[in-house]
Design a protein. Structure first.
Length: 223
């Protein structure tokens, strides 16, 4: 998990994964007087941190970032996907698409047709205009429970839950959202995990050696 976070520190709109801990109590210690002394923390499941990353200025007319909660809705190969990565472009057919070629959805469920040689203006509510004409409004979706979102690839999410219109989110043209991974923190934690693994591996090796030596001593005494 930590290695994957570090690999995506430069991925636009990437959301870092963290671990959710619980307590493990052995069956022998359950209900005992010193139960607290026998509890151990265990990783139960990962969870995604959806906090906003830094918005960096690019100046690109088709680079869009969301300030506040919400996701851009795009038409993926097998259904609607949601992303915070607004690095869009115009396809050869004139549609606004993602870097992977997924069409950006509008509130009217129609594709945006853009002339590649004319300036594009995007309002804070996601309304796209060109040459003084409104082309459509980009769909900005949100979820009451982000736990329903599952990652698909580096910067996409899918959900079985029905999305709702995002409230309070604004579109900022000429900007992109950076990954919210804390690179320094992840490096320190990764090094710590590797050291703990090495210590446990050494302890397991020593335990195996002690068992082997004890077996040899018993055999020697018996003979």
């Amino acid at each position: 998990m930590l290695a994957n976070n570090l690999a995506n520190t430069e991925t636009g709109g990437y959301k870092t994964d963290r671990e959710f801990y619980n307590l493990y109590i052995s069956a022998e210690a359950a209900g005992a007087e010193n139960e607290s002394a026998a509890t151990l923390p265990v990783i139960e499941r990962p969870w995604t941190d959806f906090s906003q990353g830094t918005l960096r200025t690019t100046g690109g007319a088709l680079d869009l970032a969301l300030s506040g909660k919400g996701f851009f809705a795009v038409s993926g190969p097998s259904g609607t996907l949601f992303t915070r990565n607004g690095n869009f472009r115009v396809s050869p057919a004139g549609s606004l698409v993602t870097a992977e070629g997924y069409p950006v959805r509008t509130v009217s469920d129609a594709s945006l047709k853009i002339l590649p040689d004319s300036p594009v203006e995007v309002a804070p509510d996601g309304t796209v205009a060109q040459n003084g004409q409104t082309l459509g409004r980009i769909e900005i979706a949100d979820f009451s429970d982000t736990g329903s979102l599952a990652k698909q690839g580096a910067s996409y999410f899918r959900s079985a839950a029905e999305p709702q219109a995002a409230s309070g989110a604004t579109v900022e043209q000429g900007k992109l959202e950076s990954s919210n991974v804390g690179a320094a923190e992840s490096v320190v934690r990764l090094v710590s995990v590797m050291r703990q693994f090495e210590m446990l591996q050494k302890a397991a090796t020593l335990g195996s050696q002690m068992n082997r030596e004890a077996t040899e001593e018993v055999a020697r005494v018996a003979s």
